[in-house]
Design a protein around this ligand. Structure first.
Ligand code: B12
Length: 479
């Protein structure tokens, strides 16, 4: 059986966050590829992962590595929208060097745009729509006789034509998929952003659910609307595996919204408490303010949760309604208070430049962030990603300024090379870029916040990071 090679394409932290902010960016495991590799191995199909982002490999280096692996017949590449340029170059270079290879693309951009990806990346052969675990096994097991026509959830080239097969249903029972094949990844190369970790031990991400029942207009919900959960037993066995392999002290528990199903959350917390995991492991997660209350927050704290990231998005009720967030400003304030009272720290995510947003509303968001005062705040520039309601509506009304996917990056304020693909009426690209930097200065360069950081310093490394962060913010004002 051929070795399947899966590639996380080159995309440096500088390209993602800009020169000044690159030092604070996260390099995380490409879990999608690791899940696919896990399933291939379960089906006795050898797999390799090349994580060019983590290893710092260039496109040429990846191609050389692939050319050296004599049996690299099927090569899978993951594709998030801003990786488009890198994936196109990589795919073209692979096809030129190894013309007999079959290049399979997958990931959120492919799930959103399907055939269009094959039209734009002419060297690629197959596009996977949706979850890739079962699809990649089917592709690997396809023979010349069976061909691709029976494989669910793909688009592929058939001569000069592009064909699209029937959709693949979402994997019903998540426990049927193997844990991510972390043993194929360069594990020593990964780190989350400083705001997401406590202490400097390794913090892996474990995915406990897929799918999201909410309908925010800016999210592509690639795993569908139905919340699918791993069993508690499976989650605990994955944590045991991580303890055994990496002696972990902390964990990032990922789900589109961990707290969406209260019964599940309660069971998970009790399992962590009953198994004494709460004494050994501190964990963090993402949540919505309308899915937690005093009781659940206290239980989460007891189970080892030390931080929650909330998507606040905006400090304007009008805009919260526009983006279909389904939350209220008063509710956000209340839950921030409850969370802090439960002893859990908060990261808040805020969006600037939402459709129809005025400058006054951007400033209101920054002021709201200061008022509710999470420990960390992240301000990103609204980017309508393909596959979202926001993208479809703006595209239909002719308001998308450019379809050069490389520009679809939410950090354009710091990475000034990108042309923001959507700017609301009457506003300018410079204004939005400046706002992103100004928001961070206004939030972090407050005496109370500086004092909070000074008090939290536990090591020389902490001190160095905070000073560097402060310098970047101060310099951004001068420039
Ligand atoms: C955690 C997370 C992050 C983390 C880690 C990302 C990472 N390295 O995986 C951080 C914070 C670093 C991050 C950053 C960004 N993220 Co993010 N992130 C997520 C989140 C919440 C979970 C990702 C995850 O772990 N998924 C679980 C795995 C199992 O899924 P997966 O990787 O998609 O893989 C499955 C399928 O897509 C498919 N597949 C994927 N690759 C391949 C390849 C082949 C060959 C095949 C066959 C199939 C296949 O099969 C996999 C298994 O089923 C998702 C939302 C979501 N629910 O997915 C957003 C999401 C992926 N992020 C998104 C975005 C936009 C970004 C940024 C571009 C934001 C920015 N800075 O501008 C950056 C880009 C970072 C980068 N690496 O280039 C968007 C992507 C939209 C798009 N059209 O591309 C999403 C979907 C959220 C949204 N807004 O809708 N992100």
């Amino acid at each position: 059986m051929n070795n399947i090679i899966l590639v996380n394409p080159p995309l440096s932290l500088e390209e993602r966050y800009g020169k000044a902010m690159a030092q604070f960016g996260a390099v995380t495991e490409p879990l999608g590829l690791a899940y696919i590799a896990g399933m291939l191995e379960k089906n006795h199909i050898p797999a390799t992962i090349i994580d060019a982002q983590a290893e710092g490999f260039s496109i040429d280096q990846v191609v050389t590595l692939l050319a050296d692996k004599k049996n690299s017949a099927i090569i899978g590449i993951t594709l998030l929208t801003p990786m488009f340029g890198a994936v196109q170059k990589l795919s073209d270079a692979i096809k030129k060097t190894i013309p007999t290879s079959t290049i399979v693309l997958g990931g959120p951009h492919c799930t959103a745009l399907k055939e269009q990806v094959l039209e734009e990346i002419t060297s690629a052969d197959i596009v996977c729509i949706g979850e890739g675990e079962e699809t990649m096994v089917d592709i690997a097991q396809a023979t010349e006789q069976s061909g691709l026509a029976h494989i669910l959830g793909i688009c592929y080239r058939d001569g000069k034509q592009i064909k699209t097969n029937e959709a693949r249903p979402y994997i019903k029972n998540l426990d049927t998929i193997s844990p991510p094949a972390r043993h194929l990844l360069p594990m020593d190369k990964y780190h989350l952003t400083a705001s997401r970790v406590t202490g400097d031990s390794y913090c892996p991400t474990i995915i406990v659910a897929r799918g999201c029942p909410f309908s925010c207009t800016y999210c592509s919900r690639i795993f569908g609307r139905t919340l699918r959960l791993h069993s508690i037993e499976r989650i605990i066995s994955e944590i045991d595996l991580l303890i055994e392999q990496f002696d972990i002290k902390q964990l990032n528990i990922e789900a589109d919204t961990l707290t969406a199903n209260k019964k599940f959350l309660t069971q998970l917390c009790h399992a962590l408490i009953d198994g004494n995991y709460n004494k050994k492991i501190k964990w963090t997660c993402e949540s919505r303010v309308d899915t937690v209350d005093k009781d659940s927050l206290e239980l989460m704290k007891k189970a080892g949760c030390w931080q929650i990231s909330y998507g606040v998005e905006t400090g304007n009720q009008r805009l919260l309604d526009e983006i279909n967030k389904g939350t209220k400003l008063e509710q956000i304030e209340e839950v921030f208070k409850l969370t802090k009272k439960a002893g859990i720290t908060i990261r808040g995510f805020f969006m600037l430049g939402l459709p129809t947003e005025t400058i006054a509303e951007s400033l209101a968001t920054i002021n709201f962030a200061k008022k509710i005062d999470p420990l960390w705040a992240q301000f990103t520039i609204t980017t309508p990603y393909p596959g979202t309601k926001m993208f479809n509506e703006l595209k239909t009304s002719g308001k998308i300024l450019n379809f050069d996917w490389n520009n679809y990056n939410t950090w354009s304020g710091w990475q000034g090379e990108y042309k923001i693909p959507y700017i609301s009426e009457g506003r300018t690209i410079e204004e939005l870029r400046n706002l992103q930097k100004m928001a961070m200065r206004k939030f972090y360069l407050r005496p109370a916040v500086i004092w909070r950081f000074i008090k939290s310093v536990r090591s020389v490394d902490d001190m160095r990071k905070y000073i560097q962060g402060g310098m970047v913010l101060l310099k951004s004002k001068l420039s």
